[in-house]
Design a protein around this ligand. Structure first.
Ligand code: GLA
Length: 410
């Protein structure tokens, strides 16, 4: 107990110093992998260590996917003093041994809890144990906390999330705080400075547009196809930026959609400066999935240092959507998304596609500035510029993605 008290005091002293580093944790949207979308409750130290090894072997860590996040289902019981324990069958060596392993591989470690009595999977929630749990996560060496919103009954969200924020600061370890309250209380309006990111919508499903309904113990839970999520997250762009990101949920790339849909999903997440948290089985992944999640230039759009969430310029009756994202050094990302059920051939007439973005104060000027156009999903494409119209064929539910760079001395 003495030891614990000492650590508590030491932690409190360190708080001020670490608090200054917080925003640095989220200078760009977080990247990593989470157990939930594919493994749900079927997690244990073996599968997580194997995933960590794969993340290193495949070069994902070098690409920026640094967090390995354990989602719901890791919990055992609380001990007599109320300290949470890991499930001894799933994690026989304990959490500290696991985070040491992850850190030794160059990864960061994420854990999951809930502001209510129980997690969504009916494990022990943090309500009434916030400081104790923050202390435990810090002492186990975790670097990231996803904090869910099940079984909160009539708790005030601002109070609950600010309480855990304060507990994390007090615990004295820089811990990325990923709020998961599904956008119900409009956290984008109040949570900058509380969470490093906040979920802006309900849960994602591995579907294009369908909603999937789960019934469990009399409760109904709806998960959303990714285009439904896009429509909910897109209007929130003014609230996102370095240190405080809109989070339209973890990626479903590689979890059963078509390659076109996976590519569109990944691309739109990059255009929206969304967290890139992989959710597939890295041990059993197709070459197509691997090519999508390792596209450096698409990732660079997501991770652009300006941190401006992109926007939809227009939605055409044929189903084509034009998306723009201002990037550093006067560059732009432009994505054309074919939302329709059929392949579309079109001509990109740059001069008719100028945008003025009042939020960032940036504008394109295709009359006076010529841009080099780099096709980010087709490395074999011939280099072209915005001087000429560009003919493209976009399969149903697919995208084209370009990086535009102002041409000097043309
Ligand atoms: C909620 C969250 C999901 C996941 C599950 C775990 O539904 O929104 O992302 O963490 O709980 O039970």
């Amino acid at each position: 107990m003495k030891k614990i008290l000492f650590s508590f005091i030491a932690a409190a002293i360190c708080t001020a110093a670490f608090a200054q580093n917080e925003s640095k944790l989220a200078a760009t949207p977080q990247m990593g992998w989470s157990s939930w979308n594919k493994f749900a409750f079927n997690i244990n130290e073996k599968v997580l260590k194997e995933t960590a090894d794969k993340m290193v072997e495949l070069g994902l860590v070098d690409l920026g996917y640094v967090y390995l996040n354990i989602d719901d289902g890791w919990h055992g019981e609380r001990d007599e003093q109320g300290f949470i324990q890991a499930d001894p069958e799933k994690f026989p060596k304990g959490m500290k041994e696991l985070t040491d392993y992850l850190h030794s591989k160059g990864l960061k470690a994420g854990i999951y809890s809930d502001a209510g009595r129980m997690t969504c999977g009916c494990k022990a929630g943090s309500q009434g144990h916030e400081y104790q749990d923050a202390y435990t996560y810090a002492s186990w060496g975790f670097d990231y906390l996803k904090y869910d919103w099940c079984f909160t009954e009539n708790v005030n969200p601002q109070g609950a999330y600010k309480l855990m924020r304060a507990a994390l600061d007090w615990a004295g370890r820089p811990i990325f705080f990923s709020m998961c309250e599904w956008g119900q209380s409009k956290p984008w309006e109040w949570a900058a400075g509380v969470g490093d990111s906040w979920r802006s919508t309900g849960d994602i499903a591995n579907t294009y547009a369908d909603q999937v309904h789960y019934k469990d113990d009399g409760t109904t839970w709806t998960s959303l196809g990714f285009v439904t999520i896009v429509d909910l997250n897109e209007p929130l762009r003014a609230y996102a930026g370095p240190g405080h990101w809109n989070d339209p949920d973890m990626l479903e790339v590689g979890n059963g959609m078509t390659v076109s849909e996976d590519r569109a999903h990944f691309t739109l997440w990059c255009m929206m400066a969304a967290p890139l948290i992989l959710g597939n089985d890295l041990m059993n992944m197709s070459d197509e999935t691997m090519a999508i999640i390792t596209n450096r230039e698409a990732i660079a759009i997501d991770q652009d240092p300006l941190g401006i969430q992109g926007f939809r310029k227009e939605k055409n009756p044929d189903g084509l959507e034009y998306w723009y994202k201002p990037l550093e050094n006067g560059d732009w990302a432009v994505c054309v998304f074919n939302r329709s059920e059929k392949e579309i051939s079109t001509v990109i007439d740059w001069k008719s596609l100028d945008v003025v973005d009042s939020l960032s104060g940036r504008a394109t000027n295709f009359d006076d500035i010529q841009y080099n156009v780099k096709d980010l999903w087709n490395a074999a494409a011939k280099p072209v510029t915005t001087k000429k119209n560009l003919k493209v064929v976009i399969p149903s539910h697919d995208v084209v993605l370009y990086r535009l760079t102002p041409k000097v001395n043309y």
